[in-house]
Design a protein around this ligand. Structure first.
Ligand code: GLN
Length: 281
């Protein structure tokens, strides 16, 4: 059987996984962009390319996330490598970066901490926008840290120190001006965990106790010990957790508590400031 051309490949793929995903996977396999694929349906494919494409379409049909199949996802305008060891960067998390950048002056050096960095997308986006600042990025997973370090290297970001750490444990008495986190916040047993991309993502990056707030409670309590006076804590959370997170920040002694909506008008990030210095651990 002679190999098919680009048009046939797109048509076959579209019938099985939809036009968008078919285009992305064919672009990945051929090294051509989507516009080229559409403009040149008559171009033939090498047998090897066709075999690789068919295998990816099959895996996509079985539910694997496109980002894991291509090994890449864009975040904050930059291409990030991903693997099943890390959560796939999501567009709503760009809000966390924006809110952090608003609180980091472009002139003075701020100390910034990212807790649970995963692919490193948040830390690296902040670091590349604030190259005069030092960022510390923590994750408990060595596999995730390997992905994050590779992203920093490929995006030529040299001002992030990646550190293996169970939450804040590896820190000593360092204090930070801004602490950011996109922690796990899905409630155990939430049916979303058994649907779509989430089935393939690390459970430790998604699920956090019966109400989904275990990690955020821990970050609020421990974060207080690592914030400089006046320093900000910013955390992403679920669509219905804004009020609960504000309440637990207030209970933990934070001031200036606020929540901000993402582009879908959903409360997505809650922040607060520590005005009274806390004793170091
Ligand atoms: N926003 C993700 C989802 O539910 C969850 C990411 C997270 O837990 N940080 O799809």
């Amino acid at each position: 059987m002679s190999p098919i051309n680009l048009g046939q490949a797109l048509q076959d793929g579209t019938a099985r996984i939809g036009a968008t995903d078919a285009r992305v996977l064919l672009a990945h396999v051929t090294g051509r962009n989507a516009a080229y694929l559409i403009a040149h349906p008559e171009i033939g494919m090498r047998q090897q390319q066709e075999t690789a494409y068919r295998a990816l379409v099959e895996r996509r049909e079985a539910g694997e996330p496109v980002a894991y199949l291509t090994g890449e996802r864009e975040f904050y305008g930059r291409p990030f490598k991903v693997s099943p060891a890390v959560l796939i960067p999501r567009p709503e998390t760009e809000l966390l970066v924006d809110l952090a950048l608003e609180r980091i002056a472009t002139s003075t050096a701020a100390r910034i901490l990212d807790v649970g960095t995963g692919s490193g997308c948040v830390a690296i986006a902040i670091a590349s926008e604030r190259s005069h600042c030092k960022i510390v990025a923590l994750d408990q997973s060595y596999e995730a840290l390997a992905v994050a370090r590779r992203n920093a290297f490929e995006l030529r970001v040299g001002n992030v120190a990646f550190l293996q750490s169970n939450w804040f444990e590896a820190l000593r008495d360092e204090h930070f001006d801004v602490i950011v986190s996109n922690p796990p916040y899905v409630a155990a047993g939430d049916p979303h965990l058994e649907a779509g991309d989430l089935r393939f993502e690390p459970r430790s990056a998604l699920e956090s106790g019966t109400d989904g707030l275990d990690a955020i409670r821990h970050i609020a309590a421990e974060g207080a010990k690592h914030l400089a006076p006046g320093g900000w804590l910013l955390v992403e959370h679920g669509h219905d957790q804004g009020a609960a997170v504000r309440a637990l920040f207030e209970a933990a002694g934070y001031a200036d508590v606020f929540s901000e909506q993402d582009l879908a008008d959903i409360e997505r990030v809650t922040g607060a400031r520590l005005t009274v210095p806390q004793p170091a651990r």
